[in-house]
Design a protein around this ligand. Sequence first.
Ligand code: 13P
Length: 258
Amino acid sequence: MNRKYRRTVIAGNWKMNKTPSETKEFMTALKGMLPRGRWCDIALCVPAVCIPAAVRAMRETRVSIGAENCSPNPSGAYTGEISTGMLLDAGCKYVIIGHSERRAMGETDQQINAKVLAALNAGLIPILCCGESLEQREAGITSEWIAMQIKLALLGVPEDKIRKVVIAYEPIWAIGTGRTATPEQAEEVCEHIRVVVRKLYSSKNARAISILYGGSMNEKNAYELLAQPDIDGGLIGGASLVPEKFVQIIEAANQPTD
Ligand code: 13P
């Protein structure tokens, strides 16, 4: 982390977990144990049907609510889709875009790019995900793969909007597996992502964007991961479903930085 230049963001990704009633229960519990200090931004990205309950429960708090996906289209004949304008109106601040689980369902780099542009146009903060498979890591093409994903996702994002984008590095082999990247492995790729952004934009912009790590991040390994200079927060799956664990990760972000 580097609080001098950029925001620290601790974000949860609930994936397809919890009902609206369970959302209310979770948020009530979380509210009761939220630390008072403001060393990071806190977000919970929840299933679309849980957004109203989450927004209602967290209205008077500093916890922002996000979605897990959005349509690239503003409105129209797209049955089952949800637009960025709808998410904003429902009270969302963030939207996760390009998660590997959605890419595995067929989402393309082109669609991800269109979603990033749609989110920025609506005034939502996209949490853009990238990450390599184990096969790609072992083939030694992690840097190239990540650079390609980032470049394709950011096509057409203007210089004055790039700072609104949050990037999450999530190695696929570390997601839901309990096999976390080591702090060094995670730092290496997050630093690389910043270099890619620097080449596309400027060093000032690269210095200002928040890059998160995700993949089996939990209350035990968060402190060490967040101690890395280019890891500005976390995108947390499993551990964000348990208020006590999520709060401990928020607390791990309360550490001295350069
Ligand atoms: P886990 O923390 O459950 O590994 O999930 C990470 C993730 O995919 C967050 O988007």
